[in-house]
Design a protein around this ligand. Structure first.
Ligand code: S3P
Length: 170
């Protein structure tokens, strides 16, 4: 079975949606940041701080090549910049989870662990910079996606249902 690849901006809920998909289908889930943290034995934050962003992006490209060759039947949640890997479309069906920047940001702030969630994301240290990154990426996200799901005002159950329905229709 083809993989489902969840792309979208930081904090949009890719990991939670992947876990919900596991509950509703026979699929399993993997997360590209988790794979990278596991093979590096350190956090994304530490990798950015010690090695810089380009080192992290190279690990994303390596992860993409490995996923393409070795994984199927899996919902793959990705880091917000993973969509730029050249192998992306060969990994599976690309689903963009999207919402306006302010909706995403307010949802992070409403979380009990909001500060922790922001601290662990090197590219979300400054709200204006994060908003500019969102604006820069939005068109690119839309261009690469096979299916777009607007996640504003929807819970994970509704989002998972919508993905399953849209993937079946293709
Ligand atoms: C990044 C998003 C992060 C993580 C890294 C870079 C990005 O993942 O991969 O901090 O470039 O948008 P999340 O989307 O899970 O926060």
């Amino acid at each position: 079975m083809k993989n489902i690849v969840l792309i979208g901006f930081m904090g949009v809920g890719k990991g939670s949606v992947a876990r919900e998909m596991v509950k509703r289908t026979s699929m399993m889930a993997l997360d590209t940041d988790d794979i990278i943290e596991s093979v590096e034995n350190r956090s994304v934050k530490e990798i950015f701080a010690s090695e810089g962003e380009e080192y992290f992006r190279a690990l994303e490209r390596k992860t993409a090549r490995w996923l393409k060759k070795n994984v199927d039947g899996t919902v793959i949640s990705t880091g917000g910049g993973f969509f730029k890997v050249p192998a992306l479309r060969k990994i599976g069906t690309i689903i963009l989870l999207n919402a306006p920047f302010d909706v995403i940001y307010n949802r992070i702030l409403a979380h009990p662990d909001a500060q922790k969630k922001l601290r662990k994301r090197p590219l979300f240290q400054d709200v204006e910079k994060a908003k500019a990154l969102y604006n820069e990426r939005l068109e690119q996200y839309l261009k690469v996606a096979d299916i777009v799901v607007d996640v504003s005002d929807k819970d994970v159950g509704m989002i998972a249902k919508e993905i399953i329905k849209k993937v079946k229709k293709r």
